[in-house]
Design a protein around this ligand. Structure first.
Ligand code: A3P
Length: 321
């Protein structure tokens, strides 16, 4: 009903007007809502899926901090879960489609233009896999209370910041004055970027995972880089689809690692030339994929500041980044 929609629009506008406002690293307006920073359209989509999403117990949610390996985790989760739904590796959907097409974002894709999209017809493969960058506190209770599993990934914040810095510079809005690395770093340390602050987001999932390790798998980019095969096996066990002995003998794990590797994915035509629906070229999701690249950019005083912040924020949480 149009009336309802209009009154919801009014309410949303009021919400924006009363929320603290700032700018993203790419020059876009951000709003501070319930402890985190959002672009207005994205926040609207988040509120929509909080209200309307009715997950199946079999659904899988990939929840990530931006720039911490979302693209990789989408490819891996899809390849593990849907491994028997295509005839052979030559027909692997990742050779034709980008990871962001096979696993869509709740807030950037599915609910971006539509408060109640037809998820049934949108997902070709089963089980359904959705992705999101929202903090744990923003996940709808329908997800928290259902049987669906959540795979979370984060990364060392120094590498995450450098990845974000390059990404944002790639998508900078017209006429926006690019921030210097210093300015961008200061914003990052204050948590002012889309879905920031970093530590609040990471700790939200960390605590939830401690309380419910069967529901949330907590992954770190560096660990995946160090031993991808073991993590693919763990992921399969966590998702309830462990590899059979026969699959192990056939080298299915190694094959998944290869297809999802940075080197393979970045050469796929769709990832080189294609575009995400938001107008972002797929190629910007593939940069260097190195651990420790921050050391080429951050000054000693930046490193000191962030190290202090890491210590202060993680405290005795038991998490090391
Ligand atoms: P860098 O900018 O450090 O290179 P996200 O997918 O969450 O946006 O994260 C992007 C980061 O993951 C980028 O890091 C990107 O290069 C890296 N990445 C993308 N695909 C990857 C893959 N298949 N394996 C490992 N890293 C990958």
């Amino acid at each position: 009903p149009d009336d309802l929609e209009e009154s919801w629009d009014d309410e949303f506008q009021k919400l924006l007007q009363t929320s603290p406002k700032d700018r993203s690293l790419a020059g876009l307006d951000l709003y501070f809502y319930q402890g985190f920073w959002f672009k207005s359209r994205v926040l609207k989509a988040v509120i929509s899926f909080q209200e309307h999403l009715r997950p199946f117990d079999s659904d899988v949610i990939i929840a990530t901090v931006p720039k911490c390996g979302t693209t990789w985790l989408k490819a891996l989760t899809f390849s593990v879960l849907c491994r028997n739904q295509f005839a052979s590796d030559e027909n692997h959907p990742l050779l034709t489609f980008g990871p962001h097409q096979l696993v869509r974002f709740l807030e950037y894709d599915l609910y971006y233009n539509n408060p109640s999209p037809d998820l049934e017809n949108d997902c070709v493969y089963r089980p359904r896999i959705f992705s999101t960058h929202v903090p744990y506190s923003f996940l709808p209770t329908s997800i928290k209370d259902s049987g669906c599993k959540i795979v979370f990934a984060c990364r060392n914040p120094m590498d995450m910041f450098i990845s974000l810095w390059f990404f944002q510079n790639n998508i900078i809005v017209e006429n926006a004055v690019p921030l210097s690395l210093d300015e961008a770093f200061d914003k990052f340390c204050h948590g002012i970027y889309e879905f920031g602050p970093f530590f609040d987001q990471v700790l939200g999932y960390w605590k939830a995972c401690q309380e419910n390790p069967d529901k949330i798998l907590f992954l770190q980019y560096e660990d995946l880089k160090e031993d991808i095969n073991s993590h693919i096996r763990n992921l399969a066990v966590f998702l309830g689809v462990p590899f059979t002995e026969e699959e192990e003998e056939q080298g299915v794990v190694e094959e998944i690692a290869k297809i999802c590797s940075f080197e393979s994915l970045k050469e796929v035509e769709m990832n080189k030339k294609g575009m995400h629906a938001s107008g972002i070229p797929n190629s910007v999701f593939f940069r260097k994929a190195k651990v420790g690249d921050w050391s080429n950019y951050l000054t000693p005083s930046m490193v000191e500041r962030l190290e202090k912040l890491i210590q202060e924020k993680l405290g005795d949480s038991g998490l090391t980044l």
